[in-house]
Write a protein that binds this ligand. Structure first.
Ligand code: GTP
Length: 658
């Protein structure tokens, strides 16, 4: 369904008058991570009272909703308040319950969309509410679209002190294009610099929503939060589903649990599902028996009555291999096979890095850890790779830079692994003269100069259409930043609140080179960024290598634009020299080169140890023996070649990209 989601979202994006030119595809602006790999969660059964209450609620009283917001505008905090309000969690005990990953809690960002069922009494009637907390970061767009697929509406949360930001806009259009009913919520009204009238004006102007309907709250203090669920019930429609039709449930998410195996998070679109029933996957045609079924409350809670159309809950199908769980797949009853639901498009990785075990780390155990992590995050691609400098390792593909850094952090935190990560690279495209094309995601596979001149027709690199929102006074700075990053301006729009929205065509490789960090730095944290894939464009790219004593250090090679070669080359050799020990016994020449052209060079002079110092002048035979020994010693060192470069040199060099 992502194809549909994406293209609809884009058509809608294109229709937004202030956005101008349409964008082509958003599948790469997405990312996701799964819940705790191998987490073990005990099965709990819903109390009779809870079961009876749920069973008595008619579908008209179901509300499935999500929260649309820019990162840090308060989705998770609001989710906590709503869970407290409905008695799912105890006030004050659980902070950001839906952020289940340690990394999420520590970084305060939602990476993995989580869901929770709530029961709420309104005007004397019970309502079954299903809240999906979505990630706000641009890398995790796929999570957002998946969550929206099971919802009838969303709360559009705007921080009263910051107003609308790039991600609010992008996520709004995604939700809007999927037909979600949006309920505006203005959050953080407790802050001194909260500006409610400005936030209202922006909501009306940018989204054409009635700002008078906005609920003004402080998710932190709980002020007015009790008005949110009534607004959800009044405004968001109940799910349009068919309880009497044969079962069709959409696989929204999946994760691996060490006790029960793969857990499927499903949205039941038609019919119902119960423990013991036989189900079949429309995609893999594999058959399963439902071992357990229930709601997320906030953890798994078995509901013996199963799940009905309109509900979002989990199924434990006794699936051993999580690669059999395809997001967007439809599950049906084995004896009632019907037309499957439209699915999601598989996401393609857009950032690749090489990963190698640091000294003393066992390759096998790290390999096992990586595989475990990948089982829980199928958007990560993993391939074995061997570097002459760093030994055996892996090439990992991610959906974005945050995705890559969160994955690395999880690996280090959850498995205590120590790894060396190479500079990120994007997939470049080589168009050959014979009409074929190759995607190069490892600089090692970039065509050599011979192939380039004889066989290559053209080289291309991936572009994104970046949407940047900043206060007006930073427009000049941002334009310069974009131009320095080979950006091409598409559009500038000034909003009423002295905010500007800039749209730029940017090479993806510039974006992964900490573009967001630079933007934040230059705009004192006020700049926000979102992006969509804009396809491949011809580009003058070259492979630059770092050569030490005539040998290329493969793990450090990078593909970059010709215009950056001089500056980067000089920086590389200077920095690498710094990280190498000064007391080398022979001369070391460090060069940066593209093809056969040397771009920059630094030399570390040999420090000759005076082995003769303590000898008497007349002791000629002893003197010659010592000199010969020293010469042999040097030979041994030389023959080891680049490998004698201490690992810290690589680590320091890669830790501080130029
Ligand atoms: P992501 O999970 O990264 O998408 O962020 P989020 O939108 O879930 O934001 P989160 O709930 O993590 O809140 C971000 C920060 O804002 C936290 O430090 C919260 O404590 C704070 N915050 C949230 N709501 C309020 C509020 O109403 N008032 C104030 N003063 N701070 C708030």
């Amino acid at each position: 369904m992502t194809t549909v989601v994406a293209s609809r979202a884009f058509r809608s994006f294109a229709r937004a008058p202030w956005l101008g030119v349409c964008v082509r595809n958003n599948s790469t602006a997405t990312a996701k991570l799964k819940p705790k790999p191998g987490a073990k969660t005990e099965t709990r059964v819903a109390s009779k009272e809870l079961q009876d209450r749920i069973a008595a609620i008619p579908i008209e009283n179901y509300r499935n909703f999500s929260i649309v917001a820019h990162v840090d505008h308060g989705k998770s905090t609001l989710s906590d308040r709503l869970l407290e309000l409905t008695g799912v969690i105890t006030p004050g005990e659980n902070k950001q319950v839906l952020d289940k990953l340690d990394v999420e809690r520590e970084r305060g960002i939602t990476v993995k969309a989580q869901t929770c069922t709530m029961l709420y009494k309104y005007k004397g009637q019970d309502y079954l509410l299903h809240l999906v907390d979505t990630p706000g970061h641009v890398d995790f767009r796929a999570e957002v679209s998946r969550s929206y697929a099971s919802c009838g509406g969303a709360l559009l949360v705007v921080d009263a002190s910051q107003g609308i930001q790039a991600q609010t806009v992008a996520n709004f259009y995604l939700a809007y294009s999927l037909g979600l009913k949006l309920v505006p919520v203005i959050n953080k009204i407790d802050l001194d610099h909260a500006n409610i009238p400005r936030a209202k004006e922006q909501i009306e102007e940018t989204f054409e929503l009635d700002a008078e309907e906005a609920v003004c709250i402080s998710a932190k203090t709980g002020q007015n939060v009790e008005q949110v669920l009534p607004a959800v019930i009044e405004n968001i429609p109940s799910p349009k589903v068919h309880i009497d039709s044969p079962l069709r449930c959409l696989l929204v998410d999946s994760w691996f649990d060490s006790y029960v195996g793969v857990v499927l998070l499903v949205y039941v679109v038609d019919g119902s599902v119960k423990k013991g029933q036989k189900i079949i996957s429309a995609h893999t045609k594999l058959k399963y028996e439902v071992k357990d079924v229930g709601i997320m409350y906030p953890d798994r809670l078995t509901t013996p009555a199963g799940l009905r159309a309109g509900q979002v809950g989990y199924i434990v199908p006794g699936m051993k291999d999580s690669t059999d769980a395809h997001i967007g797949d439809t599950f049906m009853h084995m004896d009632q096979i019907v037309e499957p639901l439209p699915g999601f498009e598989e996401q393609k990785p857009m950032v690749f890095v090489g990963a190698f075990p640091a000294d003393g780390v066992d390759f096998k155990s790290l390999d096992e850890s990586l595989r475990q992590l990948c089982l829980n995050d199928r958007s990560v691609t993993l391939q074995k790779e061997t570097s002459s400098a760093l030994g055996q390792g892996w090439r990992l593909g991610f959906l974005g830079t945050l995705h890559a850094s969160v994955f690395r952090e999880r690996l280090e935190k959850e498995y205590g692994a120590n790894i060396i990560i190479t500079a990120p690279t994007v997939p470049f495209k080589v168009l050959w003269k014979d009409g074929t094309e190759t995607i190069v995601s490892n600089p090692d596979n970039f065509p050599d100069s011979g192939a380039l001149s004889q066989k290559v027709a053209s080289l291309q690199e991936p572009y994104v259409e970046a949407l940047i929102s900043v206060p007006e006074e930073y427009v000049g700075t941002v334009i310069k930043l974009c131009e320095d990053n080979r950006g091409e301006q598409v559009n500038i729009q000034y909003l009423s609140n002295r905010q500007a929205l800039l749209k730029y065509l940017l090479p993806m490789s510039q974006l992964v080179d900490d573009f967001f960090g630079k933007l934040k730095g230059l705009t004192k944290g006020y700049g926000s960024l979102d992006y969509e894939d804009a396809g491949y464009l011809p580009s003058a790219i070259v492979k630059m290598e770092l050569v030490v004593n005539g040998r290329s250090v493969d793990a450090l090679a990078q593909v970059l634009h010709r215009s950056q070669v001089e500056i980067k080359g000089r920086d590389w050799v200077k920095r690498f020299k710094e990280y190498l020990s000064k007391s080398q016994l022979f001369e070391i020449v460090i060069q940066a080169k593209t093809g056969n052209k040397i771009i920059a060079r630094e030399t570390i002079k040999a420090k000759r140890k005076d082995v003769l110092a303590k000898l008497h002048a007349s002791d000629i035979s002893r003197r010659q023996k010592l000199l010969k020994k020293q010469k042999e010693g040097k030979k041994v060192m030389r023959s080891i070649g680049n490998v004698q470069i201490p690992q810290e040199a690589y680590q320091s060099f890669l830790a501080k990209p130029s």
